[in-house]
Write a protein that binds this ligand. Structure first.
Ligand code: ADP
Length: 232
């Protein structure tokens, strides 16, 4: 337990440093994004340079995501519980990210029953969990594939929400490291997405579990508590 504490402290320190760096990166990043937006306006419709600006846009988007992950890793705000409709939350994320997913040659399959009980949760935090899972799923399918989003009633008082992909899967020896902060197998990964997600799900008194078949794909199954009747 002593070692756990020392380790937790070290991680917290690391988080503060990371958040400081991330915060410092926010300003230059905003300036780059603002200026590429201007460049995009100045460039002729189908002239030279458009593709390059697109590349800059995509990569700055990616940096913005890393920065935002680092920031949330260190700065946890208290939970604000609401009644959350999971299908709407997922649809919303897809509406924003769907274009990129299409471009990646990925088909999205949604399976939600019409009458799904609402979740007792913090919508912003839950959004972060599912964005992280969806981004990971998309990144696992560089050659395209199927992204499956499922929501269904589960064990007594819970809803199961899962994000599945038809990517390369997770080697069994990685399974118990996935939720450790900074564990990543990606060149530009932070290894924070799943550890942040784990913390958020735990704060909801839920669970998150990976199921993966190497070579076939991965599914993350998240159990979240439904709103109890007397709270409605
Ligand atoms: P990052 O995406 O920055 O690496 P995460 O904490 O989100 O950080 O993920 C940690 C690691 O878990 C990834 O680097 C990858 O090895 C593995 N992983 C997560 N989701 C998937 C998935 N859907 N398919 C295959 N591997 C995954």
């Amino acid at each position: 337990a002593h070692e756990d504490l020392a380790r937790a402290e070290k991680l917290a320190d690391l988080g503060i440093v990371a958040a400081g760096v991330a915060h410092e990166m926010n300003n230059p990043l905003a300036i780059i994004r603002g200026n590429t937006e201007l460049l995009e306006m100045y460039l002729p419709e189908d002239g030279d340079g458009r593709e390059e600006v697109e590349v800059i846009n995509r990569q700055t988007e990616r940096m913005a995501k890393i920065v935002s992950n680092l920031l949330t890793f260190a700065r946890q705000r208290p939970m604000r519980l609401e009644e959350v409709a999971i299908p709407r939350l997922l649809d919303d994320i897809i509406e924003q990210a769907g274009h990129q997913v299409d471009l990646a040659g990925i088909r999205i399959e949604r399976r939600y029953p019409p009458q799904l009980p609402k979740i007792s949760g913090d919508p912003d935090k839950l959004r972060q969990v599912f964005v992280n899972l969806i981004v990971n799923a998309v990144q696992a399918m560089p050659q395209g594939g199927v992204l499956t989003l499922t929501a269904e009633p589960a064990e007594e008082g819970f809803c199961a929400v899962s994000v599945g992909d038809t990517g390369g899967g997770i080697p069994p020896e990685h399974l118990d490291k996935l939720f450790t902060p900074f564990f990543t197998t990606k060149e530009a990964g932070t290894g924070l997405g799943l550890s942040v997600s784990y913390g958020i799900v735990k704060d909801h008194k839920g669970t998150i579990k990976p199921e993966s078949v190497p070579g076939q794909g991965t599914r993350f199954r998240v159990l979240l508590p439904v709103v109890r009747k007397e709270e409605e």
